[in-house]
Design a protein. Structure first.
Lengths: 342, 633
């Protein structure tokens, strides 16, 4: 009797183990690979978008990998982090890789172009996909990140009109020397800004150069547009990066003309107004594409997309205090999305 | 004695043990451990075995001949159950009657210390031996009752004897510790606004300061400060409940719980004992192999028994056994060599396997999710292998140099074989332990195929052990180190709360030089860390040193782009450094189990240990190319 009893327990145990293994083995796997770390607001908000979609599909096995290259921009670190991510992919063998922002494409996802089992969905790509070999690749699709330049232009025109100054109004773009800002600058060069005038971009590498660019803009331009400033060195030759909050605080305090960011995090860092690409859209679209691919859709059926949505982040009280006015629609939009900060 | 004679003698001892109606009730694994300590004694006709009032050092089992027992003031009578000296199994420090042999006798001697080790887990057996003693003495007054010796003897036993000087020092330390526990959080609360901390962050930091101070001064059991931190933080609502209690749901917690459960079955089933005996039996019979076999046994136990103290307790009987069987003179070069080998075997690779030391799980728990995926059991071993090889190689070279030219002596294989025969065939529980280990190892190695994390595999193995009754509810409750698991959960929760409040980033920002050194001159960082650990370890216990340092340094490493596992691993290796006996709890245990260093030359032992500390540091430096090759550095 004891033997029968033990056999039944053993059978039950084996059945449990087999079912668990089979279920896990057949569970579709998605690896979400971020170029940066989760404390970076852009990355955090893209993750929110991804989760909005994937959380409704608990049968998926989802893992996350953060390359953390924003805080550590050295090439050696990026290569090391890319290697670790590739090892993780090779070990876990996901069905779909959602790769977000350019470093994830360059150091990881591009190694899997043409991979027979792995499908790649990219997001947050500022430039073209050609450098990564994605053009024509049969296992890659995704969403390009394009700055919301049309919305930005409308906002600047509103600010110009409300300021009472006569046009034509001039804008200057100030951004760091990172690759993603290179791409942003190209798009800004290609964009039709009329009736605004765009002055040549300023790309400082150090804090002193940044400060000089901001001060020079006071005399030459009516608006400063800033894309990113996370790769500004404390001094020339130094590897120490200046905290973004410090740069933004100095900029806002020393600029008489409005400074507008092209990413929502500009306001989180202490800025007063940003018309940014929607990180939520990037995450949501990429996650939906991943689901389609897992359902058997081919990448040909999922053409590359570009960002369409934008978000407004602002500190309306501070803007008013500085005498900068915008139509109430902006404030309502920001408040509705919890993006109107004190 | 020839090998044939030894075989026969050891077999006879086993038979005699099993013939005793009381001792035969003990588990075979426990009896096998006891065999290591047994010896024979011959009494001539008319010779006294002991007198009433002599120190009760041994229990005696009569093999041949006869014994007469004479309680004080009574006439002699035959001993019952062919057993004498049951006082050694009780709290009596001295014998209560005299025993002589009118016609001569051959006796099996069971020393008090190992007998009590056996009885600790079997209180009923101890009671039976008490009753047997009482029955033997029945009909006459007990010696202790006549002159009150029992009470006074009991009070003179080492357990009950007071030790005023150390207690005074300890009390002073505790007073200072509690003062610091009061002052440290108060200072933090006062300074928090100056450090630009939000009120909730300041309060949490104050709780953290009190917790760390309690750990540093060793004021209470190590898990209690963690519980305090959890309770205080949650009661004030400083961080969300899921953050503070995240340790309870972490992979590290589940993995630790599973491994501790599996380890309980491995030890309690006697599998570990069997493995040790098998290795001793199979390896060649030379001094080199005697040392190597002890080393191998220790290394084999390292991933399976997640406590250095546990491994020391398992290995010391075999060390003592070897000394006795090899007839090695105490404090001789060979005895010193074996002592060092035994101690090293228990602890040398404790950082190399994830499951070999409880505090390793703390480091694992502090890693991010993706890093935990990167350093599962097997990956941890691979990453640590460079250091492991360097440690073993340097130990081997040092030992070969210091203990060259040992005389040729042989281990009594028949005695080992007799111990093994006592264990008989593999028992069901041992099979369960074997299956548990094999399934866990295979599961870990093939995790990329089935996508089940080792923590869940461990939990499945634990579940199976519970389901089949291989691990009883009582053992699960009593043998699994629940206080440690609470401690682990508390530390993981504390670190999660530090991260949640942004305090680790602030701390990293306050230590830019340290981060920069870590990032740009890692060898210098290792040297500084070694110096820091050396200083801290002068006053702080091993676990507290490791926990405090990894809690601070791993987030700094992360924010400066240095692999936090490497920093945690280095702290684990260097945190084990000790120079003076008081710094190392498992050395104190080793001392105690080996008769307070009566068996080996302690100065030589300590000298060897000092050199090994330097070699540990060297092993870390030697591992740097390995970590670079793996892409970790």
């Amino acid at each position: 009797m004891k033997r029968i009893y033990l056999s039944l327990i053993g059978l039950f145990l084996i059945a449990t183990v087999v079912v668990t293994i089979v279920y896990n083995h057949n569970r579709p796997r998605v690896l979400v690979l971020h170029s940066y770390d989760n404390s970076y607001p852009w990355t955090r908000d893209v993750s929110v978008g991804v989760r909005r979609v994937l959380d409704d599909h608990p049968h998926l096995a989802v893992r996350w990998f953060f390359m953390d290259t924003k805080r550590h921009p050295a090439k050696a670190f990026k290569e090391q982090s890319g290697l670790a991510a590739r090892k993780s992919i090779d070990r876990w063998r996901p069905d779909v890789l959602i790769a977000i922002d350019d470093d994830a494409q360059q150091y990881v996802a591009s190694h899997y172009v043409g991979h027979p089992q792995l499908k790649v969905v990219f997001a947050g790509v500022n430039g073209g996909v050609e450098p990564y070999g994605y053009a024509g690749a049969d296992n890659v699709s995704g969403i390009l990140e394009r700055k919301a330049l049309r919305a930005l232009k409308e906002t600047l025109l509103e600010l110009g009109t409300k300021s009472g100054r006569s046009g034509p109004w001039r804008l200057v773009h100030i951004g760091d020397t990172s690759g993603s800002v290179d791409h942003d600058e190209h798009h800004m060069e290609d964009f039709d800004w009329a009736p605004l005038q765009r002055l040549p971009s300023q790309r400082p590498a150090t804090l002193a150069e940044w400060q000089a660019a901001v001060l020079a803009a006071q005399e030459q331009a009516d608006f400063i547009v800033t894309t990113n400033y996370r790769r500004i060195a404390r001094k020339k030759g130094s590897k120490e990066l200046v905290p973004p909050e410090e740069i933004v605080a100095w900029t806002v305090a020393n600029s008489r003309i409005p400074v507008v960011g092209t990413n929502g995090f500009f306001v989180e860092d202490g800025g007063e107004l940003a018309i940014g690409t929607s990180p939520y859209e990037q995450g949501e679209v990429a996650a939906r594409m991943a689901l389609r691919l897992l359902d058997g859709a081919s990448t040909q059926a999922l053409p590359h997309q570009s960002s369409r949505q934008f978000v407004v982040h602002m500190r309306s009280a501070r803007l008013r205090a500085r005498g900068i006015e915008l139509p109430p629609l902006y404030e309502s939009f920001a408040q509705a999305t919890n993006s109107d900060l004190p | 004695m020839s090998i044939v004679e030894e075989t026969s003698a050891a077999g006879e001892w086993v038979t005699r043990l099993l013939a005793d109606p009381l001792l035969a009730q003990a588990a075979y694994a426990d009896l096998a451990r006891l065999v290591s300590y047994l010896e024979e004694r011959q009494l001539l006709p008319g010779e006294a075995l002991y007198q009433a009032g002599d120190t009760a050092d041994n229990l005696y089992l009569l093999m041949d001949g006869d014994l007469l027992l004479t309680p004080p003031g009574e006439s002699p009578r035959q001993v019952t159950h062919r057993r004498a000296g049951e006082e050694a199994a009780t709290e009596c420090a001295t014998y209560l009657a005299s025993v002589t042999s009118p016609g001569g006798a051959r006796l099996l001697v069971v020393p008090r210390a190992p007998l009590n080790n056996l009885l600790v887990a079997r209180p009923l057996l101890r009671d039976s031996l008490w009753q047997s003693l009482t029955r033997t003495l029945a009909g006459g007054e007990l010696a202790g009752e006549v002159d009150g010796r029992v009470a006074s003897d009991a009070s003179q036993s080492p357990k009950a004897s007071p030790a005023p000087a150390p207690v005074a020092v300890s009390d002073l330390k505790k007073v200072i510790g509690w003062l610091c526990t009061l002052v440290a959080p108060a200072v933090v609360l006062i300074m928090a606004p100056h450090w630009q901390l939000a009120p909730h962050a300041g309060h949490f930091l104050a709780i953290f300061a009190a917790t760390v101070t309690m750990w540093i001064f060793n004021l209470v059991d190590e898990y209690i400060p963690g519980v305090f931190a959890m309770v205080a933080t949650l009661a004030m609502g400083l961080v969300p409940i899921p953050v503070m209690l995240s340790g309870l749901a972490s992979d590290g917690f589940l993995l630790a719980m599973s491994v501790l459960g599996l380890a309980t079955v491995i030890v309690a089933s006697g599998l570990s004992c069997r493995l040790i005996l098998l290795i001793l039996l199979k390896l060649p019979n030379t001094p080199f192999w005697h040392n190597t076999s002890l080393l191998l046994v220790g290394f084999l136990l390292t991933p399976m028994v997640p406590s250095i103290n546990g491994r020391v307790a398992l290995l010391v009987p075999f060390y003592r056994d070897m000394l006795e069987i090899l007839r090695l003179k105490p404090k001789s070069l060979a005895a010193n060599g074996l002592a060092i080998t035994t101690f090293t075997a228990a602890g040398l690779l404790s950082a190399v396997f994830l499951s070999s030391k409880s505090v390793n799980f703390v480091v694992f728990g502090l890693l991010s999710d993706q890093a935990q995926d990167q350093f599962q059991w097997l990956e941890w071993l691979i990453a640590a292998a460079g250091t492991g090889f360097a440690l073993v190689a340097t130990f081997g070279l040092l030992a070969a140099w210091m203990f060259r030219g040992l005389p040729q002596v042989e281990l009594s294989k028949p005695k080992v074989a007799a111990q093994l025969s006592l264990l008989g065939r593999l028992k069901t529980r041992e099979w369960a332990a074997v299956f548990g280990v094999v399934i866990f190892m295979l599961g870990v190695a093939s995790s990329s195929l089935h996508a089940i994390k080792p923590a869940w595999l461990g939990l499945a193995v634990l579940y199976a052990l519970l389901l089949f009754g291989s691990l009883s509810k009582k053992e699960f409750r009593e043998k699994v180190d629940w206080p440690f698991l609470l401690y682990l959960a508390g530390i993981v929760g504390l670190t999660a709360a530090l991260n949640h409040l942004g305090l680790t980033q602030q701390l990293a920002a306050q230590l830019p030089e340290l981060g920069a050194i870590m990032q740009h001159n890692f060898p210098l960082f290792i040297a500084l860390l070694a110096g820091l650990i050396f200083l801290i370890r002068l006053a702080v216990p091993i676990s507290a040193t490791i926990v405090v340092l990894v809690t601070v340094l791993m987030p700094i490493a992360d924010s400066h782009g240095v692999n936090p596992w490497i920093v945690g691993f280095i702290v684990l290796v260097l945190g084990e450094m000790w120079f003076f006996p008081y710094q190392c709890s498992y050395y104190l245990q080793f001392q105690k189990l080996t008769g307070h260093a009566r068996l080996y030359e302690e100065s030589g032992f300590l000298r060897f240990n000092w050199i090994m500390n330097g070699l540990k540091l060297l092993a870390i430096y030697v591992s740097i190319p390995w970590w670079k090759a793996l892409g970790l550095l």
